[in-house]
Design a protein around this ligand. Sequence first.
Ligand code: UD1
Length: 429
Amino acid sequence: MDRIRIEGGRRLQGEIPISGAKNAALPLMIASLLSDETLTLRNLPRLADVSLLSRILGNHGVDMAVDGKRPGQNGIQGDTVHYTARTIVDTTAPYEFVSRMRASFWVLGPLLGRCGEAKVSLPGGCAIGTRPVDLHLMGLEALGAEIELEDGYVVARAPNGLIGGRIDFPKVTVGATHNVLMAAVLARGETVIENAAQEPEVRDVADCLVKMGAQIDGIGTSTLTIQGVDRLHGATHCVLPDRIETGTYAMAVAMAGGEVELVGAKTDLLEAAVEVMGEAGVDITATNRGIKVARNGAKIGAVQVSTAPFPGFPTDLQAQLMALMTMADGTSEITETIFENRFMHVQELARLGADIALDGDKATITGVGALKGAQVMATDLRASVSLVIAGLAAEGETVINRVYHLDRGFERIERKLGDCGAEIERISS
Ligand code: UD1
């Protein structure tokens, strides 16, 4: 299994291109199941999760064609891929796929909407808490689906097609919002989703569905109203920039020091994180091409932060912020409100010398000024990257073992950081 070796203490200087958002790319690819015409997606990130989902979609009958590179195009721009689901050849998403990537469970809604049936394995994905799917099922049942659980599979049927309904989610869920939204666009009549997730990736998917002919009101708000249509057509859509990758590199610069322009990033996608980093003393300014992040010698201020659904501070940046706060001048508190058990990075950060006390969903981080390199283990996706950015700031050598999680969500991370002066290499084995 690959490892990443970092020699810490190098300041970061230069620019980092921000890729298309993984969390938008995956549901956008899944949206191709809704039409027999071609959905073209631009700015797709090159990630293990994207490749795995391509295989899953291929299994359902989606044909894929990747655009070749044109002269003048460099390896930094994302891929353009044409997805065509002329006929759905299989409505089953098997365990061996879905257990490896939770988002693939979201094929359930579109398959049900288009074919009136779907059989999808219960999901896996990052080991961060129990992550149930009850709200996905509740939403699809509200659209008239009959759902049974059989041998670890969700078997859903709507023999006469889905019918519009009202769903009021008792908690904000990104995945169930995607799933129900994609089912509702082909249901008969009106669907209202209350307490819908407002994450920019949900908005991006809704915008794409509208380009495909869906009728959706309230995009970007917590109430989505969908008028079902008989069919969707082809469209072209460009995946929005990855706000989590943006925030991660911003925190990397804050930890290691230096000045880096995050090209293609957009501040309005991560205002809460920009505000927290500003409070911590990191300079963040919008530029023509993206965002400039700088910390030149200033101390890092301690902060109190709770994760929350968008527009709050994202849970997907919690581990990275915690890494940053290990170096703060003072004591910080970070409360994780979205996922239970999303603190696997704590014991690994402690191996680098961090002082973190856990009490239920709250972590108290006492700044230690400097971290020291060590061997650490990557656990889930965001925890892994928190160890990378901590390694950049730690004195001496840090080796991060089991980095396959990183490749699921961060495109060419060692190259992007290496190009800015980090001493980082992948050791393949
Ligand atoms: C998505 C993101 C993930 C991010 C998370 C929260 C993708 C591919 N993944 O995950 O990176 O960390 O949103 O922003 O976009 N819940 C239930 N029942 C359900 C569904 C969810 O109780 O049926 C709970 C979850 O356990 C969790 C909370 O709702 O406590 C939010 O989960 P959700 O927003 O659904 O996360 P994902 O869509 O899995």
